[in-house]
Design a protein around this ligand. Sequence first.
Ligand SMILES: Nc1ncnc2c1ncn2[C@@H]1O[C@H](COP(=O)(O)OP(=O)(O)OP(=O)(O)O)[C@@H](O)[C@H]1O
Length: 337
Amino acid sequence: MIQLQNVSKTFVTGKNKIEALNDVSLEIQKGEIFGVIGYSGAGKSTLIRCVNLLEHPTSGYVFVDGTDIGGLGSNDLRKLRRKIGMIFQGYNLLETANVYDNIAIPLKLAGVPKKVIKERAAKYLEIVGLQDRSQAFPSQLSGGQKQRVAIARALAHEPEVLLSDEATSALDPATTDSILELLLKVNRELGITIFLITHELNVIQRICDRVAVMEKGRIIEQGSVVDIFTKPREPLTKQFVRNESRFKIPDPLLKELLSTGELVNLTFLGESAKDPALATLARKFDVLPSIIAGGIDQLKDQSIGNLLVHLKGETGKIRDAVDFLQSEHIIVEEVIG
Ligand SMILES: Nc1ncnc2c1ncn2[C@@H]1O[C@H](COP(=O)(O)OP(=O)(O)OP(=O)(O)O)[C@@H](O)[C@H]1O
């Protein structure tokens, strides 16, 4: 649906040159939710803005539905932009217009007939759960409701793709969850492809199919959300994943546990969650496992179990036990002090 090929973007301000994007290549499939995660300044906003040419790449190509959008004239570009809706962290609503007009005015400017405008406003306000608030002004709405209006406004153009620029970053956790649920509904029920950028792993975890990690204008790692969660390779990816989902062991406890055995993080996926693997360690390998901590991460379509386990036994036997766990498709990571 969207392809970025070797996209670079350099901003020149006075004597300074900022390489906001450096040779970025990505492919977003039709119907998926694709997220880009990175810290502030990584280049995420610049990247997403290249998809609808709010920002023009310095070099490289952007294809939407097979069309090289860099080569489009202004008329065709306007048509293409109708295929692509966008929502923002700051909502970008017209404060002086009520909810209905926030949806209706852009449609009117796009030449949509009045009757269709009415139908679409009703339809999409219902989808976002604000059918009763069409006469309210943005100042009378909560942040979550404002984002719902912005989503309805974007959907009312019946786009194929929705771009989301940190849409939940200004919202509290419960409201974030409800907006993420809405984005999932938009993806599943309306079949809209979603390309989002965020600095919150929770957003990636809850709704994305695939993710790219961005640092200093480059994509440093990308893959399915499950792979990135279970087998992060790059230090930054590990930092995102561990901060969110791994156990923080107090130093004194860590020292004590390491002085009496080995400490391993076990990650269970799918079928491996059902095997009585830990019981086997004691029976077959003479290794005593003690569970120190445990948790479950819920991803979009599956859950991942995590256990922090202390293994007590002879070193050779612990090695055999770890080999056995790996043969059972459990991901084993040694915790070192
Ligand atoms: N219009 C601009 N002119 C000059 N520099 C810019 C411009 N837009 C972005 N930059 C610079 O490009 C780099 C990437 O910025 P960008 O906003 O894309 O990052 P980001 O990952 O989205 O971060 P944030 O979440 O803080 O916006 C930064 O160093 C930023 O200062």
